[in-house]
Design a protein around this ligand. Structure first.
Ligand code: GDP
Ligand code: MG
Length: 703
């Protein structure tokens, strides 16, 4: 152990650092309830439990990169020296302000102790602070003190000695959005080249963050590295372009989000909402209200899905008409034959049957963009987190939830911010239950076909089922998976903002592009493959001689009865051909598995193809029904094919069963084990099967 150990008292001006310094060392430095009293470093050595400590009273600062002359000494100290321990003195009555500095001190990666000073005032105001929670969220011991009455001084000294004699721990890390993280990474690499050996990873991350933030002091240090400075300017302008905000603001709001979220968790009573971000606090009092919060969330989500369904219907009709037009045109121009059938019944049916959902997807993403841009989505996670607390789970597992509504792949990747391995695994395993946008077409198709009056509500219900299953799974997995612990985690609550037009349009455009890419990629290929599978083999032995029967029927005199008989003959023939095709045969082989759920081989076929990507489920249906010549459309065909209870069971099954191939692959990669990926498949299949069975049994009685 180093001797003496340097212990720096760092806090906002007026937080009580000097009073604490005096209490710790018995010194008589000037204390005043005025901000700029300590203007130079005072140092005194003491000894506690045989450890000699060099206590430094650092003049108060609000931020580690403050430009004001009063804060210069404090900032310079932190930049120039590396104390062994930082004692972060907080004014416990004004945690909002104090925690901002804390977030920056976390980034220095130095061992810290968090001191809640002026705890007397807090107690007097009837505010309770959950120190255990605070300690794990900040990654440091927390000590309550009243410097004035010299309370908590022994505990503080014990904590200091504890930290210096404990083995070093991995420091906590705040995480920023992906662009920012990527930029930090690049700057760090550049710095590593410039200063080999000198920098620890934590220190270099801190410096990189500071450089991006535009810290003049550190920039001056690096001013002879022209390339680095240029790179930083470049990164800053890219970030500004991507976010409509400069890097410093981005960092500041990420830090605010962290401390705001943390406060909502650890403090029992909110304090006077006058300082900063007032609107945010007022809105949070409404949206995060213990009794109003959840109903409001449900209401907002309901409106979102209702609009996704009903607003989407209008442009969907145009696209449908367009697809019909194109199909007719191709039908006329292409000569009869296999290629004609492949294009019409394979490509046009599959691609056309899926592309019609483009408006719904874009509208959903519009809402998602608005909700996340305003900061409401973070509140949604917070509210769900609160529910999870009842099951002894902390919110870490919910991180991927929001990302999961778009696509499960980024949701699984988002779990990388969770440091506790077990908590991360649980989060990964539940993310496939979040209903990604690939499932939306299935819901819209089925809800529209079977429950046209309340279709929006049905889609909403499916999403609720998705969230509910994910949460239930988290609780179950928490019991099943051995080991313990999910680290305390702060649900970040960023300030409310009006989303920029730019970012909303960007989201919608992205989602539209992504969907079109899927349709012209995996769905196109899938439709062609499915068409071939249902077309071959060709040498089918029919149960009766359809050709003769049809020719015989056609020779009869025209009558409605004749038309009907012809139609039915052809349909039976088509169905038999399908059932004896490769697609039909393989689907029929697995159908016994799904029979208890009421699924026919068509559902089995869709389920199997959906393993590749869930978007293919609808395409499969479209191709199968196109073949059966159900000319009155997929919707009507579906309605005739199964009772509503089975339709709901199918929606539930599609929602929950095995993640698509890309998600399985990403789980294997992120969990570094194919076994967990396999587990995820087996687990979700079981879950889907049981729930679908329950739904179809209950549904039979209700619907
Ligand atoms: P510094 O600027 O961080 O060095 O803060 P000071 O030590 O100068 O203290 C600022 C003001 O807070 C002074 O009026 C102190 O008397 C008061 N103070 C410090 N610690 C406490 C405490 O634990 N409780 C209360 N009630 N007041 C305190
Ligand atoms: Mg002072």
């Amino acid at each position: 152990m180093k001797s003496p150990v340097t212990v720096a008292l760092v806090g906002n001006p007026n937080a009580g650092a000097t009073s604490l310094f005096n209490a710790l060392t018995g010194a008589q430095s000037a204390v005043a309830n005025y901000q700029r009293v300590t203007t130079s470093l005072s140092t005194r050595e003491i000894s506690h439990r045989g450890v000699s400590l060099r206590i430094v009273d650092v003049p108060g600062i609000f931020s580690t990169s403050s430009q004001s002359p009063e804060e210069k000494i404090g900032c310079d100290y932190l930049h120039g020296e590396e104390p062994d321990v930082i004692v972060n003195v907080l004014d416990a009555g004004h945690l909002d302000r104090s925690l901002f500095l804390t977030t920056q001190l976390i980034e220095t990666g130095l061992p810290r102790i968090t001191v809640l000073n002026m705890i007397d005032e807090v107690r007097r105001a009837g505010i309770r602070i959950d120190t255990a929670m605070l300690a794990s969220a900040l990654g440091s011991p927390v000590v309550e003190t009243c410097a004035l009455k010299k309370e908590g001084i022994e505990a503080l000294l014990d904590a200091v000695v504890g930290v210096v004699s404990a083995p070093p721990v991995t420091p906590l890390r705040l995480h920023y959005d992906s662009h920012l993280e990527a930029a930090i990474d690049r700057v760090q690499q550049h710095m590593a080249e410039l200063h080999p050996q000198e920098l620890s990873p934590v220190r270099s991350r801190w410096l990189a963050t500071k450089l991006l933030e535009g810290d003049d002091e550190i920039l001056r240090h690096e001013s002879n590295h022209v390339e680095l400075v240029d790179e930083i300017r470049g990164e800053q302008s890219t970030l500004a372009h991507e976010h409509d905000e400069d890097a410093a603001t981005l960092l500041a709001s990420a830090r605010f989000a962290f401390s705001n979220g943390l406060l909502r968790e650890v403090r029992q009573q909110t304090e006077d909402p006058t300082a900063g971000f007032k609107l945010t606090r007022i809105l949070d009092d409404v949206f995060l209200n213990r009794s109003l919060g959840l109903p409001l969330l449900l209401g907002i989500l309901w409106v979102m899905f209702e609009a996704t369904f009903s607003l989407g219907a209008i442009p969907t009709d145009w696209i449908k008409a367009g697809v019909q037009l194109a199909t007719d045109l191709v039908d006329k121009t292409l000569p009869e034959g296999m290629f004609h059938d492949l294009v019409i019944n394979g490509v046009m049916a599959g691609v056309g049957g899926t592309i019609v959902f483009l408006p719904n997807i874009v509208i959903l993403f519009f809402f998602m963009a608005v909700l996340s841009g305003t900061g409401y989505l973070a509140r949604a996670s917070f509210l769900m987190d609160r529910v999870m607390h009842h099951f002894g789970l902390h919110g870490t597992t919910l991180i991927p939830m929001v990302a999961g509504f778009g696509c499960n792949v980024p949701a699984v990747m988002a779990t990388s911010v969770i440091t506790n391995k077990r908590a991360r695994l649980i989060a990964m395993l539940i993310s496939p239950f979040m209903s990604c946008s690939a499932r939306l077409p299935v819901f819209i198709l089925f809800a529209g076909a079977f429950f046209s009056n309340i279709a929006g509500t049905v889609v909403f219900a499916m999403y609720m089922a998705s969230i509910g299953t994910a949460m239930l799974s988290a609780v179950l997995l928490n019991r099943i998976i051995p080991g313990s612990g999910s680290d305390a985690f702060v649900m970040e609550l960023p300030p409310y903002r009006l989303p920029t037009m730019h970012s909303v349009l960007h989201h919608m455009w992205d989602s539209a592009q992504g969907f079109v890419a899927k349709v012209t990629g995996v769905i196109l290929v899938g439709s062609v493959v499915i068409w071939f599978l249902q077309e071959f083999p060709r040498n089918i032995v029919y149960s009766q001689d359809f050709e003769t029967a049809i020719t015989e029927m056609e020779s009869r005199a025209d009558s409605p009865a004749k038309d009907e008989a012809l139609r039915s003959l052809k349909a039976t023939q088509a169905q038999e051909k399908l059932e004896k095709s490769y697609l039909g045969r393989s689907a029929i082989a697995v159908t016994p598995l799904f029979e208890p759920l009421g699924f026919s081989w068509r559902e089995s076929a869709s389920i199997m193809t959906g393993f590749v990507a869930k978007e293919v489920v609808v395409a499969t249906y479209a191709v199968i029904y196109a073949q059966e010549k159900q000319s009155d459309g997929l919707t009507a065909a579906l309605r005739g094919a199964m009772p509503p209870a089975t339709a709901v069971a199918f929606m539930i099954f599609t929602l929950l069963y095995a993640p698509c191939l890309s998600t399985i692959a990403i789980i294997a990669r992120e969990a570094r084990s194919w076994r967990w990926a396999g587990f995820s498949v087996a687990y979700s299949l079981t879950f889907a099967w049981i729930l679908a069975l329950a739904v179809s049994k209950i549904g039979q009685h209700l619907l």
